[in-house]
Design a protein around this ligand. Structure first.
Ligand code: ATP
Ligand code: MG
Length: 321
């Protein structure tokens, strides 16, 4: 069983990424699983190259600092030759209609000035990520299940047309993890790519900034101190964050406090303690570029090694290479 998960360097990692994804990868992951920083995916919309490079290093440091084994992490572009080659093979097994049908493409292309061809073809690159790794399970949210379906179709089509090479992956929906909402707007998911950072607690924020952001979190008009997500989404979000950090349920967390102020203070301190060791280790790595380069090169070599035979077989059976 191999699982593959990724995080895109579209911004700094936040507490939602940590509680909803990275923390689980570090503690529930199995030795064969792979985690990567999907920097090539960040190029499908307008971006700044220097920022992309810095964010990719930062996310790699955060993944390793969170406790993911160095054998299991890599930066996607370190495999750009392998992934580029496999993407081409898969593009030639994918119909235009299949790619154009992707809901995410339709949604994202509506909001872009120049629609990059890469935005259309990136689900094929994602198929290459999955099929090169040999992953059989891909944990994804709703928005990505269609892309995993495409990877399944391409794997099956290649296997039946040219010969058995690829494991046919399955999309798995992770058991409902904490879905952390924006502190300034609890109706919106906390996101790396949000422009306004006031409602986003980043993994590398210092403790004082975390306290300030949580103290300013939007709460609700009502004074009831209960976990009622529909009626009091601002308070519910704080209780969920607090509960996830303490390993309790939000209802248990609510019962321990008498005022919003107390909940905010407790949530701030719990988040600070949850993130402290990760922030410390990540900052150490970022201050030691040679060590981070070593970790990065090691992960890239492992991931390349794991996929090499699949790429070689796919090229050979395609009649090229
Ligand atoms: P972007 O705004 O670029 O989409 P993002 O913050 O949504 O960034 P992703 O790279 O899309 O982050 O997702 C990385 C992982 O973090 C995924 O497993 C995703 O489910 C999880 N995740 C993202 N946002 C949250 C959140 N607010 N709460 C819980 N989990 C989250
Ligand atoms: Mg996202």
């Amino acid at each position: 069983m191999t699982r593959l998960s990724a995080i895109t360097p579209s911004g700094h990692a936040h507490i939602g990424n940590h509680l909803g994804a990275v923390r689980r990868w570090a503690c529930e992951g199995r030795p064969g699983d792979l985690y990567f920083v999907s920097d090539l995916h960040a190029m499908t919309v307008s971006y700044n190259p220097a920022r992309l490079r810095a964010l990719s290093r930062e996310l790699l440091a955060v993944l390793v600092a969170a406790g993911i084994d160095a054998d299991q992490v890599f930066v996607q572009s370190d495999l750009v030759r392998e992934l580029g080659a496999l993407s081409w093979v898969l593009e030639c097994a994918c119909s235009f209609g299949e790619a154009a049908r992707m809901t995410q493409f339709k949604q994202k292309s509506d909001s872009q000035g120049m629609v990059r061809l890469g935005l259309l073809t990136y689900p094929v690159l994602m198929a290459a990520d999955i099929l090169l790794s040999g992953a059989d399970e891909v944990p994804v949210g709703e928005d990505q299940t269609q892309h995993v379906e495409l990877a399944r179709s391409l794997a099956r089509r290649f296997n039946t047309t040219y010969g058995e090479v690829f494991t046919v992956p399955t999309a798995v929906t992770p058991p409902t993890a904490a879905r952390v909402m924006d502190l300034s707007d609890p109706g919106r998911k906390m996101s790396k790519s949000t422009q306004d950072a006031a409602g986003t607690v980043f993994v590398l924020d210092d403790p004082d900034l975390i306290r300030r952001k949580i103290r300013r979190a939007v709460t609700d008009g009502e004074a009831r101190l209960e976990y009622r997500p529909d009626e009091q989404p601002g308070l519910a979000n704080l209780l969920e964050i607090l509960a996830a950090c303490l390993g309790k349920s939000p209802r248990e967390a609510a019962a321990a406090y008498r005022s919003y102020g107390e909940v905010k203070n407790a949530a701030a301190e719990a988040v600070i303690e949850e993130l402290r060791p990760i922030r410390t280790r990540a900052m150490d790595l970022l201050r030691d570029p040679a060590e981070l380069d070593r970790v990065r090169a090691h992960g890239a070599a492992r991931a390349t090694e794991r996929g090499a035979h699949r790429l070689a077989a796919a090229l050979r059976l395609s009649g090229v290479g």
